[in-house]
Each structure stands twice: as C-alpha cells, then as structure tokens.
Design a protein around this ligand. Structure first.
Ligand code: RFL
Ligand code: PHB
Length: 392
C-alpha cells in the first residue's frame, strides 16, 4: 500500500472540489483530490448554466476566469411568461447586478486545466474512496486504483462528492439531521447546436407544465420541459420534444424558434434537501454533498461556490493565522445562506410548475402570485435580489 501526506484531502472533482483545491493552492496549501470517475465522464455531464456574480468573482480569484470573461454571456434580465403574459425581470435595474451565462462543463474544464497547469494532484478513477480515523488529528482517505490500495493522510477532509458521495454517509448518523422534499416531476433537457430563441432566458408557466429556454452560447441552446419523474427518455424523440416545447412557449417564440438535432438529452429529478450540520470534527461537507435545490432558481452550483468561499477562508485562516473560529462557524455560516437559497428555489418551483394534485384554487393562487410579481416593483426587487445571489 502506498501512503502520502497532504494538508487537505478532497473527495470529488466536481466544481466544489476543484475550486477549493485551486484556491488553497494559490495560498500555498497542499491538497489531493480523489475522483471516482474519469475526467471525460465528469466533463460529459451537462448541468448548470447560470453563474451569480459571487461565483464569477471567485473564479477570477482562482485565476481561471479568462475564458469565461471572453466567452461568457452577461445577462441583465430574463423573462417570465404565464398565460398570454410575458414579463421581463430587469436584474440590473433592481439590483445593479447581473448574472453570467457560462456552462458548468466549461467552468469544470477551466478548473481542471488550471489544476493541471499548476501541478495539482487530482486522481481520477479512484475506486472505493473511504474516510478513516475521523476522530483522530490525522484522518485519512483510502482508495483503490489499478488494483492497488493507497492512503492519503490529511489534516482536514473536504467532502465535495455530490449527493450520492461517501462523505455525508461518513458523518455519525446521530449527529446528522436531513430535511427533504421530493417533487412529483422532473425536467427533460436537451442541448442543441441552434441559435437561442431569445437573447435572454425565458421561464414559462404553462398549464401543460413548466418550460425553460436557456443557452450555452449564441449558437448553442439548452431547453427544458417539465415531465413526469418516471418518464422514459427513449420515448422522447427530438420531434416530440420540440413539439411539446413549442406548445408551451408564447406564440412569437414558438414560431421563430430554431430547431435541430439534440446533442444531449437527459432527465433530472427535482429535489430539495439539506443536511445539517455541514461539519463534524475534521470533515467538512460542501456543495451537493450537503444540499440539493431544484434547478428552477439556478442556485445549485452557486451554493457550492459559496460553501467553498466559507471553507477556503476557514482553512486559509487556520493555516496562515492559526485561527479556528472560521472552522467552528463554517457550518452555521453556510447554512444561513443555504436555507435562503432553498426557500427561493422551493418558492420559484412552486409558482412555475404544474402539480399533479393541483386544484383550481391552487392554480388561482399560483397565477395571482405571478400577477403580483409582475405588477409590483417591490416583489420584483426581492425576486431579482435572490436571483442574482444573496451576499456571501
Ligand atoms: P458534483 O458536480 O456532483 O460533483 C461531485 C463529484 O464527486 C464525485 N464523487 C466521488 N468521488 C470519489 N468518491 C466517491 N465516492 C464519489 N462520489 C461522487 C462525482 O463523480 C462528482 O464528480 O457536486 P458539486 O461539485 O458540489 O457541484 C454541484 C453542482 O454540480 C450542482 O449543484 C449543479 O449542477 C446544480 N444545477 C444548477 N446549479 C446552478 O447553480 N445553476 C443552474 O443553472 C443549474 N442547473 C443543475 C442545473 C443541476 C442539474 N442536474 C442534472 C441535477 C440543471 C440540471 C439539469
Ligand atoms: C441551464 O441553462 O441549464 C439552466 C438555466 C437556468 C436554470 C436552470 C438551468 O434556472
């Protein structure tokens, strides 16, 4: 068995793990990242598309924002439609801030490239990663690769291994409280090499279900429609998808939309989930390992970035100044922001989707909520403030 020593052992090479590793490296703190999949597999997952200003600033701090600053699309607003009504939410006017449309795949690629360029240790295809000696001062990570067992002895461990990872499961069961809401539908998404139907995102509340027009660039569109949570992907041909999307869009958009073959098609379940606390001794949870939001508010990746903000500050404070206060307050600091994003994502999901048991009363309230939002400056300001991201 080979044995190595590092300061921070990181499980997971998604955006959380790579960003943490990069920020620590820039402060002279050593880390090892263990990822169960291959780099190609990680880059093949199509996920988030909207970055809050806080995350954009962190990518700049991490010195991997050059391509984002060149290719990313700055959006000053987006549209909400319901019934025959279309309403633009002006993010810039209400908050002075904007969001950046730049895919998670690209963020991950930029982080991977930066880690490689700076000689970071990221081990892909690491099987059976396990946390041991969590109650000692030197917890360790063990894993297998190419038939050999390895161990990494650490000061701290960052669990950045997503919802299905090992980190959360390694927390003592008695300590951990989990809060969950599962929604009775999913999102069917496609990516296509077509011009986006509009320069800004369009969120659609239609009686047949929610739809979203998003993009990755001015030549690559990302569209979603609400579907049953147990929908069979095989049954969704591209033609069927485009037909259903167009039925839900405002007429003008349905008539002008450019259609083309999908280059990716997948179904995502919708879930709200929070695990607390987010730290036990020398193990920290960050990103999807600790919480999930439904994608409606575009908050998942951004929350992962804010966790990494608090975690990087806590570890840098410890290694540079011997401070432990930020380590002790990590969980509380993260969770205050996490719960606000959970609330926003839950609320926006509730007003935009069709629920199976929805009564005419429920539908009336949903439309009234949208009507109020679109008619009230105060409501739009609160909405915009949450959408662009609450301060860290
Ligand atoms: P990730 O990206 O899941 O990465 C975790 C990594 O850990 C690895 N792993 C392990 N490694 C070693 N050992 C184990 N035992 C392991 N178990 C797992 C995994 O292979 C993986 O590489 O979590 P991270 O880094 O916390 O990042 C979170 C984000 O990926 C997620 O919150 C967002 O994608 C959510 N999300 C969105 N967020 C936004 O902010 N804006 C959006 O517009 C947005 N749209 C979306 C989304 C998520 C979606 N899906 C598919 C769930 C749209 C969709 C459709
Ligand atoms: C995306 O482009 O994938 C996307 C955009 C906005 C959301 C969710 C997903 O709210």
């Amino acid at each position: 068995m080979s044995s190595t020593r590092t300061q921070v052992g990181i499980i997971g090479a998604g955006p959380s793990g790579l960003l943490l590793s990069q920020l620590l490296h820039l402060q002279g703190i050593d880390s090892v990242v263990l990822e169960r999949r291959s780099a190609d597999y990680v880059l093949g997952r199509v996920r988030a598309g909207v970055l809050e200003q806080g995350m954009v600033d962190m990518l700049r701090e991490a010195q991997c924002a050059d391509r984002m600053d060149k290719e990313g699309l700055v959006h000053e607003g987006f549209e909400i439609t319901f019934g025959e009504r279309r309403h633009r939410i002006d993010l810039k006017k209400h908050t002075g801030s904007t969001v950046m449309v730049y895919g998670q795949t690209e963020v991950t690629k930029d982080l991977m490239d930066a880690r490689e360029k700076m000689g970071g240790t990221v081990i892909y295809d690491a099987e059976n990663v396990a946390i041991e000696d969590l109650n000692s001062d030197t917890p360790k990570l063990t894993y297998q690769k190419d038939g050999q067992t390895h161990e990494v002895i650490c000061d701290y461990i960052a669990g950045c291994d997503g919802f299905h990872g090992v980190s959360r499961k390694s927390m003592p069961e008695k300590l951990l409280k989990e809060h969950e809401r599962v929604y009775p539908f999913g999102w069917l998404g496609i990516l296509s090499e077509t011009r986006p139907v509009s320069e800004e995102l369009i969120y659609v509340n239609h009686w047949r279900g929610f739809a979203l027009c998003s993009m990755r660039s001015m030549t690559r569109s990302r569209y979603y429609i609400q579907c049953a949570f147990d929908e069979d992907l095989e049954e969704w041909t591209d033609d069927r998808f485009w037909d259903e999307l167009r039925v839900r869009l405002p007429d003008e958009a349905a008539e002008t939309i450019e259609m083309g073959p999908s280059i990716e098609k997948s179904i995502a379940p919708l879930r709200s989930f929070v695990a607390e606390p987010m730290r036990h001794g020398r193990l920290f949870l960050a990103g999807d390992a600790a919480h999930i939001v439904p994608p409606t508010g575009a908050k998942g990746l951004n929350l992962a970035a804010s966790d990494i903000y608090y975690l990087s500050r806590a570890l840098i404070g410890f290694y540079k100044e011997g401070r432990e206060d930020l380590i002790d307050s990590y969980s509380e600091n993260c969770l205050r922001r996490v719960w606000k994003a959970e609330r926003f994502s839950w609320w926006f999901t509730n007003i935009m989707h069709r629920f199976p048991e929805q009564s005419s009363f429920d539908r009336g309230c949903q439309i009234a909520e949208l009507d109020y939002l679109c008619g009230s400056n105060a409501a739009q300001e609160a909405f915009a403030e949450n959408y662009v991201g609450l301060p860290f």
